[in-house]
Design a protein around this ligand. Structure first.
Ligand code: PMP
Length: 454
């Protein structure tokens, strides 16, 4: 089979123009609010990422519930973006919404543990398999803190990450491989950084055990920080056996293995590592972990916990650089308590997987029917359509096949037909509230897009 599909550029541009005009015609209120917000927001939105969608004006949300989103113009959408995973368990999951509502009048933040904290700690250990825990506000925070702990307890300076990684607004990880040599460089898109934050981060191609071995060999690496599968640069799964050997390499060189499961929590109850029997030294999750309320967690082994305790006990008194004032506030605790009890369960995941099965089946049928040389990569409730003829092994495989205009046309066409996908890539995520009608709407819109394109 050919490994690319010939897409007429003029036809693609015409499609894009048509869909942009369609959006403008059908979203007068979003267009008006965009103009109004432009007056007092830099970039016209509360967070500049909100302009990274392909719509000519921002889509303003009226409300979101379950797998459905309604915009201010009254259109309904089947939401497969789900807040880029923050709402993986559905928007406002009922037990979390109830717990937050109840807590809202009983104190929002006291900088003290509340009566649920002990139970939450026990459930974290049971669900995610590591005995000792700390909380953070966001996954970015959790990763920053974990990197500090890793360097503090190993007294080693270096961090290893994989090429194409994303672990949040964490300077040490916003690093690329140096295209001109073997070292690393600051990711060119990073703004306002004067420190050479790449100097202590080594970047290795994913699935490359030899490169990982070389990066660890001098015994100066505190931690390997990784997603079990790359989910932020396409979806790149680990090759069979990769993690067993990678973990053995870490152990041989005294390097901590830290897994960031913020996205791979979609794999199954407890995340990828739990599902596949991998036992990291530290483990991080944010976004959906408390049902979409700002909260993140990191867990560790008893051994790492003892070393953390020792580092803290022997440090001079004062600021540790770890933690923020609102961390583990009462609302976050209430949400996490409800989420651990009601959402991180086999029943929830069974519903997510069932919808993902139907979606995967429908998409594969369509790719086959038109002999399209594209791949669909699945990670539990999450899947990614990639314009590559074979499942990518690393970020370079993804880079070679990026087609931004094609992707934009997919996103816009679907959005105009009541289906929301995550910007930046072809990711589709199924929540427990995602049902047959949502899947059917996506497949129908996908057919329309293929018809228009080919
Ligand atoms: N880790 C991973 C794997 C992520 O995908 C992200 C966000 N996309 C983060 C951490 C950071 O999450 P947040 O922006 O909520 O801090």
């Amino acid at each position: 089979m050919h490994d690319t599909v010939a897409i007429d550029p003029a036809r693609l541009q015409a499609l894009l123009q048509r869909e942009r005009a369609h959006f403008g015609r059908h979203h007068p209120r979003s267009v008006a609010l965009s103009a109004q917000a432009q007056q007092h927001y830099v970039f016209g939105v509360p967070l500049h990422w909100m302009r990274d969608w392909p719509t000519p004006a921002s889509l303003f949300v009226q409300h979101a519930r379950g797998a459905d989103l309604t915009c201010v113009d009254g259109h309904g959408y089947a939401d497969f973006c789900l807040g880029d995973t923050g709402a993986m368990f559905g928007h406002s999951p009922e037990p979390v919404a109830a717990a937050v509502a109840e807590q809202a009048c009983r104190g929002l933040t006291c900088m003290l543990p509340d009566e649920r904290s002990a139970q939450v700690g026990q459930w974290l250990a049971e669900r995610f398999g590591l005995p000792r825990w700390q909380l953070a506000m966001t996954a970015s925070d959790a990763n920053r803190f974990v990197i500090r702990w890793a360097r503090a307890i190993t007294a080693r300076p270096y961090l290893v990450v994989f090429d194409g990684c994303y672990h949040g607004a964490v300077d040490d990880t916003l690093v690329d491989r140096d295209p001109a040599g073997a070292g690393s460089v600051r990711r060119p898109s990073v703004l306002g950084q004067v420190h050479a934050h790449h100097a202590y981060t080594r970047v290795v191609p994913f699935n490359d055990l030899e490169a990982l071995h070389d990066a660890l060999a001098d015994g100066q690496v505190a931690a390997v920080l990784a997603e079990p599968a790359l989910t932020n640069f396409g979806l790149v799964p680990p090759q069979p056996g990769f993690w067993d050997t990678a973990q053995a390499l870490c152990q041989r060189h005294g390097t901590l293995l830290v897994l960031d499961e913020t996205h791979t929590l979609s794999t199954g109850v407890g995340g990828w590592a739990r599902t596949h029997g991998l036992t990291p030294d530290l483990w991080v999750a944010g976004k959906a972990v408390a049902g979409g309320v700002p909260c993140a967690v990191y867990g560790c082994t008893d051994e790492v916990a003892a070393r953390m305790q020792h580092a803290k006990d022997t440090a001079p008194p004062g600021h540790s650089g770890i933690g923020t004032t609102l961390t583990a506030n009462a609302l976050a605790l209430a949400a996490l308590h409800a989420a651990l009890h009601h959402l991180h369960t086999p029943a929830t995941y069974a519903a997510m997987q069932a919808s993902a099965d139907a979606l995967e089946h429908g998409l594969r049928q369509r790719l086959q029917a038109r002999t399209l040389p594209w791949t669909l990569t699945r990670l539990g409730a999450r899947m990614e359509l990639q314009f590559t003829p074979a499942t990518p092994r690393n970020a370079d495989d993804v880079r070679r096949h990026l087609q931004p205009a094609l992707e934009e046309s997919l996103h816009l066409t679907l959005l105009n037909r009541g289906v929301v996908l995550t910007p930046f890539h072809g990711m589709m995520l199924c929540s427990p509230a995602t049902g047959t009608s949502h899947v059917q709407r996506l497949l129908q819109a996908f057919d329309d897009w293929l018809d228009a394109l080919l």
